[in-house]
Design a protein around this ligand. Structure first.
Ligand code: GLY
Ligand code: MN
Ligand code: MN
Length: 420
């Protein structure tokens, strides 16, 4: 009750000349208020007798609204946002000092926006000046993120519903992608087919830049160029997720362009799938987070030694991390409003946090054999496979939210190139 919390909207960003990037509100503000407009802020004053929540929004502006669309405006803000008071955003820094008087702590995320930081610090100084005759002013500026992100890590039922939908739509997009794949099409055409499904199914946009990597492009982890042709005989790796109600899916599937795995492709695919299933089978409350990666690494390393890609024995390969040349990323990450969602993977003093019901994360092992890796036996070079699903931790295990995207190789071979 002695604190105040100020949460600012993300700034708009210029793409080039006078056009802006598609506006994506900041997740912390969305999480707390649901408000989607740029140039806004929420000020929380817990325990305040008249206005525990003060909203700052853009003024109505008929001339601007002709160009940019309707704004909520100050008059409608209280009712729509549940605030007790609303002011125009251009008055934020003029009003803030007085609103901070008698508040001992200001909760505000320093370090995101230097200009805003300067203004906020100036307001705290001004509040101290106003408080000099027997009132109080903030002693400290505290970061909201540890607390807020801990809350965001454990999903509420409404959040799980949104994630469920985002994951379903993401998985369906992959299914559509498989169906319309044919040799000779471009990576971006496949991207367009998948994203078309996302939008048709009610997603606002992809939750991150879609990766479509054909052939050896699959070995570039964040490949987004997406311009190469899909060649007969190659695999294509697609990492694409739909964003629904500001929550995103994150799904990867890898399939043969012509609908048939070669023997070598199938061997790599089966190994990655086995690693993924081994991890998913382990997921349950209480399991420490790092165990998931350990499990994936063990299965992949055993397989790589068996194939003669890396030298055994397995225990030494694990110790010396020789697998890391072909499996260089983690096995998963929290998922939510951000694709790499917020929340600590280990709390202070912990090696890894135990899983809890309501956590959502990805399971995404892969193997990538670069085309120019002289140490890699020739037949494997240029093959890249990742299989990524999103799971919700339940009371006694987990639920795979992206199960609608086929991943059994026989099923994939049935579907690829066969429009529904
Ligand atoms: N799509 C980004 C990732 O899988 O982490
Ligand atoms: Mn992904
Ligand atoms: Mn991921």
């Amino acid at each position: 009750e002695e604190g105040a919390a100020l949460i600012l909207a993300a700034p708009e960003r210029r793409r080039s000349n006078d056009s802006l990037y598609d506006y994506r509100p900041s997740n912390d503000l969305l999480y707390l208020t649901g408000f989607e407009e740029p140039e806004s802020a929420a000020l929380f004053l817990p325990g305040h007798p008249e206005h525990p929540f003060v909203a700052f929004v853009r003024r109505r502006d008929p001339a601007r609204e002709v160009w940019d669309g309707a704004r909520l405006g100050v008059e409608a803000a209280c009712e729509r946002l549940g605030a007790q008071r609303a002011h125009p955003i251009d008055e934020l820094y003029a009003r803030l000092p007085e609103l901070l008087v008698d508040r001992r702590r200001l909760v505000y995320a320093l370090g995101e926006d230097e200009e805003a930081d300067r203004e906020v610090v100036r307001c705290v100084r001004k509040a101290r000046w106003l408080a000099r005759r027997g009132r109080a002013a903030p002693l400290a500026i505290l970061d909201p993120r540890e607390l807020l992100h801990e809350q965001r890590l454990l999903k509420a039922p409404e959040e799980i519903a949104a994630l469920r939908r985002a994951c379903q739509v993401s998985a369906e997009g992959h299914l559509r992608g498989m169906r319309c794949t044919r040799p000779g099409m471009r990576e971006y055409e496949l991207q367009a087919e998948i994203e078309y499904h996302f939008k048709q199914a009610g997603a606002r946009a992809p939750g991150y830049t879609t990766i479509v990597g054909a052939g050896a492009n699959a070995c570039v982890l964040h490949y987004v160029d997406n311009r190469a042709p899909l060649r007969d005989g190659d695999l294509v790796l697609v990492d694409a997720g739909a964003e629904v109600q500001w929550y995103t899916g994150d799904v990867t599937r890898t399939w043969p362009v012509n609908g048939r795995f070669t023997g070598y492709q199938r061997t790599v695919y089966d190994l990655v799938l086995r690693a993924q299933m081994d991890v998913i089978r382990e997921v349950r409350p209480g399991l420490p987070w790092p165990e998931l990666h350990r499990r994936a690494v063990r299965t992949l390393t055993e397989g790589l030694v068996d194939l003669g890609v890396i030298e055994g024995p397995v225990e030494r390969a694990l110790e010396q991390k020789t697998y890391a040349r072909y499996y260089m990323h983690g096995t998963g990450h929290w998922l939510g409003m951000d694709v790499h969602d917020v929340g600590a993977y280990a709390r202070r003093g912990e090696e890894g946090r135990p899983l809890e019901p309501g956590m959502v994360f990805t399971v995404e092992p892969g193997l990538y054999f670069p085309p120019d890796d002289a140490d890699c036996p020739e037949p494997w070079r240029g093959i890249g496979v990742r299989i990524e699903d999103d799971v919700l931790v339940t009371a006694d295990g987990c639920e795979v939210l992206t199960a609608a995207a086929p991943k059994e190789p026989e099923e994939i071979e049935e579907i690829v190139g066969r429009p529904a």
